[in-house]
Design a protein around this ligand. Structure first.
Ligand code: DUC
Ligand code: ZN
Ligand code: ZN
Length: 477
């Protein structure tokens, strides 16, 4: 009998730290050897000419989630995680959303009903807190953190999600007490509402005005406010989906001050612009690109790269938030045609995150392959309490691996996608670098766009506390 269930032979192993020519030996779903030459193996995969990298961890995806003005998301767990593995990912962290007035624990149970047995890759949940009542803050959240839901997301906008400043402070204080990490959606509610009403009054209702209604100053103001609240409470926070220079500079300023403020950016902020939202009228394609914060402009892409290269951003995610384009449930539904404010807010992207970052980042000389791994896998594992089971290639890690062809040229097209949406907003983007095989805990689950795994493969990940969530100790109280 062989020592190994699987040996990946002849490839180049790339981690966040190193690039080495090495074979990888796998037993019982774990990496048990990384060495110059590994003999044997019940099964052998020839990885000559390929890079052997940790499977992607996408710590920001929305699946089966009723929110953001959407009648129905285009992906539940089955199609969303299918798309994830086709794109080289092995773990996703979606959200369990608490509707106002509901118990958080009951909401988590509902999401498990959607996910368990329906997931092609491993998954955990962040909690979205929309109603920080005394029982949520006092009992439910501490208990859920103990059960492995160790990060929360809070919103500074949206009628049914927004928290006021006092509520933000209360959630931050609770997170500090529990050791949880808070993710913050930074766009100012009142500013957006003001802008939206003025635009609508002027008859400016087409999808493009979604971007006009929430310019960078709206994101910058909220980012600064969140940072200030985090400083007051002394709780580390993660500013998610950062779209351009203005919010990026706020995060950099906070980091230079020694505050524990982390940054996430996403695929759309290096590959789409607000001009994509322009259509002649409601029947045009602008709605396909409606997401928040909106994509900005080419100067913003450069600012995002500055933040990536300068270490302002630790994670690069998709913010996969898929809706249909056509049909009564889609972005063109009758109500959405009356104003941009009703267009379901979000875009699919879990499958193209890795190729677009590789191509524009590594391929165009902006980041190294090791930085790519850190941004797409290792840092997600470290920040969200999955390390050292997930996020690298070394003895003891789960055998979650993507075999990557750095020379493979593809053009992103809807026909290649495995998601539930009827379109991709990244249609036509040419990339060099593509996932050719995805391995989840030692089993090949996707190869060359073919899905070989099953929706029973993914397991729920009870996450540990994040070392990134430890307060600085500089308190105002
Ligand atoms: N925020 C997200 O995180 N995703 C989609 C829309 C939004 O506002
Ligand atoms: Zn958000
Ligand atoms: Zn999101």
């Amino acid at each position: 009998m062989s020592d190994y269930d699987l040996v990946i032979r002849g490839g180049t192993v790339v981690t966040a730290a190193d690039t080495v020519r090495a074979d990888v030996g796998i037993r019982a779903g774990k990496i048990v050897a990384v060495a110059d030459k590994i003999e044997g193996g019940a099964k052998v995969i020839d990885a000559s000419g390929l890079l052997v990298m940790p499977g992607g961890i996408d710590s920001h995806v929305h699946l089966a989630q009723p929110a953001f003005g959407g009648p129905k998301m285009a992906d539940g767990f089955e199609t969303g995680t299918r798309s994830a593995i086709a794109g080289g990912n092995t773990t996703v962290l979606p959200f369990a959303l608490q509707p106002r007035g509901a118990s958080l624990r009951a909401s988590v149970t509902d999401y498990h009903r959607e996910a368990d047995g329906q997931s092609y890759c491993d998954y955990g949940f962040h909690l979205i807190i929309s109603d920080p009542s005394p029982s949520v803050l006092g009992q439910e959240l501490p208990a859920l953190v103990g059960d492995g839901y160790t990060s929360f997301k809070v919103f500074m906008t949206y009628d049914d999600l927004v928290l006021n400043d006092r509520q933000l402070l209360e959630v931050f204080d609770c997170a500090r007490g529990c050791g949880a990490l808070v993710m913050v959606h930074c766009e100012g509610y009142d500013s957006i509402k003001f802008m939206t009403e003025r635009l609508e009054a002027a008859g400016k209702t087409a999808p493009y005005y979604h971007a006009v209604s929430r310019p960078q100053v709206v994101e910058r103001e909220a980012t600064h406010r969140a940072i200030s609240h985090g400083e007051l409470i002394d709780v580390p926070i993660m500013i998610v989906h950062v779209s351009g220079r203005e919010p990026m500079e706020q995060i950099r300023w906070a980091q230079q001050k020694g505050l524990k403020v982390y940054g996430e950016t996403c695929t759309q902020y290096i590959s789409l612009t607000a001009d994509d939202l322009k259509g002649l009228n409601m029947d045009e394609t602008g709605g396909k690109y409606v997401c928040s914060p909106p994509p900005r402009d080419h100067a913003s892409w450069e600012a995002i790269w500055e933040g990536i290269r300068g270490g302002v951003f630790q994670t690069f995610s998709s913010d996969h938030c898929p809706f249909f384009y056509e049909g009564s449930e889609g972005k063109l539904n009758p109500k959405a045609r009356t104003s941009f404010k009703w267009v379901p807010n979000g875009i699919p992207g879990v499958e193209v995150r890795l190729p677009i970052l590789w191509s524009k980042g590594v391929g165009e000389g902006r980041i190294t392959p090791n930085e790519f791994v850190a941004l797409t896998s290792t840092n997600h594992a470290k920040i969200y309490g999955l390390y050292p089971e997930k996020g690298s290639i070394g003895v003891g890690f789960d055998a979650d691996i993507v075999l990557w062809d750095p020379n493979r040229k593809e053009t992103i097209r809807q026909e290649l996608m495995h998601h539930g949406s009827d379109y991709t907003p990244f249609e036509g983007i040419a990339v060099t670098g593509w996932p050719v095989m995805t391995i989840l805990r030692g089993a090949v689950v996707a190869e060359e766009g073919r899905i070989l795994g099953t929706k029973a493969d993914g397991k729920f990940l009870k996450r540990g506390l994040s070392p990134y969530a430890v307060p600085t100790g500089r308190t105002y109280l």
